[in-house]
Design a protein around this ligand. Structure first.
Ligand code: MN
Ligand code: MN
Length: 466
């Protein structure tokens, strides 16, 4: 055997090292990574909205023996429960064997809402032989990316009789899709001079939905034709849009990206790419010591407000209920609890290298990435996790052989972002951000690495089993 150069030995001992997981994984590990990705892609194709994500997670949880819990009902040690908050926000939890007051809970919190195009409450109109829906976009989108794409419509409409109809159009091959018109290059001289942020104003994100008038229909005959179809199919009249939540999302399916299939392209990786490993880690967990909760939050993309967002009191109520059911003090349980705020981060992109600080950016395929702090311009609005907690989590990952890296979002003073971490931390729960690095975050089609997805799953397993 060749002797190691002492300087090299010292470097190996002292320097931090970031490695491409694909470069170091053996064949079997690569196979595991790819198999896990297939399950994730299937989930992505079924769950493009928070409601669909909740539905999928409940189905999977029921198969693993989880039963529905309603506030005020009794809870048992060893029990496995789900709490469905308005079909848009889900809490899966299992009560462990160890002392809850001493050890607290292990919480994984991801969000299941993604940027999209929502319909306004009075959406349908007709102009120049076309019918359109007026929209109000949801979350931080680059509006110019959402034109000239096939869109699918997902959501619910509460009819005047009080019944609810589910609508999904545009996902099956035989379905029609919808479309936001863009301007042809030939007439774009003026548009080209505008900044990207102003080139497509929000009020131009109108969705093309029809073009055949009702025979001898007079004014608004195309609008009438569209409404007649909606009435025949779903019983909808125009006023029912008032009590609807309908969203246009990209009609694309999740696909492998690259000749070697290293990556997955899909709509809504942010944050289903953390929600999926959070749920599967909990459901596949073999240890029963810790009390574990997986939170699938709604409304993160618009500030985590509302009854189904991370700031909803229901999160606190559930922890209180669990603590009291086990005869423990809720405040003490929270003080002993630990949380991974599971959300995506930006992957370093050499095409836009100037906005990143390379040494402190997540590199794709180098593993799940931990962010001690988020925020913008001077860590503003950030949960800056304690060194002690970051140390605890890092040790746990090292002890379990989890590949992870650490990063912040872009250069200081350039921009920034937030997650649900600060809302959980404010309840006196140790919290740090961890999740999958993403290319083209918030675009209609985002890209992640299968290796990072699986590394995030391994990190969650270590956190709840370790
Ligand atoms: Mn997110
Ligand atoms: Mn986001």
């Amino acid at each position: 055997m060749e002797e190691k150069n002492p300087v090299q030995e010292l470097k190996d001992q002292l320097f931090s090292k970031k490695e491409n997981i694909y470069a170091v994984a053996d064949e079997e590990k690569c196979k595991t990574i790819f198999t896990y990705a297939e399950g994730y892609k299937a989930f992505l194709n079924l769950a493009k909205t928070e409601r669909e994500s909740v539905r999928c997670a409940i189905e999977a949880a029921k198969e693993r023996g989880y039963s529905q819990y309603r506030l005020g009902e009794p809870l048992k040690a060893g029990g496995k429960y789900y709490y469905n908050n308005r079909n848009k926000n889900l809490y899966l939890f299992r009560i462990g064997t160890e002392d809850l007051q001493q050890h607290g809970m292990r919480i994984l919190a991801a969000h299941i809402d993604s940027p999209r195009i929502d319909l306004k409450q009075i959406p349908l109109y007709e102009d120049s032989e076309m019918a359109f829906f007026k929209t109000h976009y949801y979350g931080g989108i680059k509006k110019y990316q959402w034109t000239a794409l096939p869109l699918a419509l997902h959501g619910v409409v509460v009819l005047r009789d009080g019944s609810t109809v589910d609508i999904t159009v545009g996902e099956r091959d035989e379905d029609p899709v919808f479309y936001i018109n863009d301007l042809l290059p030939h007439l774009s001289q003026e548009q080209y001079t505008k900044p990207l942020s102003a080139a497509i104003p929000g009020e131009k994100l109108n969705i093309l939905v029809g073009g055949i008038p009702v025979k001898d229909g007079g004014d608004n005959a195309i609008k009438l034709g569209v409404l007649k179809i909606l009435h025949d199919l779903y019983g909808i009249v125009e006023d029912d849009f008032i009590s609807a939540e309908l969203s246009a999302v990209p009609a694309f399916k999740a696909r492998d990206v690259g000749f070697d299939r290293a990556f997955i392209g899909a709509y809504g990786h942010d944050d289903r790419v953390c929600a999926y490993p959070a749920v599967t880690a909990l459901l596949e967990s073999v240890s029963d010591a810790h009390t574990v909760m997986a939170v699938l939050a709604d409304k993160e993309e618009i500030g985590s407000d509302g009854s189904t967002g991370m700031q909803s009191m229901v999160f606190l109520d559930l922890i209180n209920e669990i603590a009291r059911a086990m005869g423990k003090n809720p405040a003490a349980v929270r003080a002993a609890s630990k949380c991974l705020s599971a959300d995506v981060n930006a992957a370093f992109d050499p095409n836009f290298a100037d906005v990143y600080e390379k040494r402190n950016s997540a590199v794709i395929s180098c593993g799940t990435t931990m962010s001690k702090y988020t925020g913008s311009r001077g860590k503003s609005s950030s949960n800056d996790a304690d060194a002690e907690f970051v140390g605890f989590v890092s040790k746990l990952f090292r002890d379990h052989g989890v590949a992870f890296q650490t990063s912040e979002l872009g250069k200081v003073d350039l921009g920034g972002g937030g997650t649900v971490a600060k809302f959980i931390a404010s309840l006196n729960i140790d919290t740090v951000d961890l999740g999958v690095p993403v290319i083209s975050m918030h675009a209609p089609y985002e890209v992640v690495s299968k290796a990072d997805l699986y590394s995030t799953y391994e990190a969650f397993r270590a956190f709840i089993d370790g």
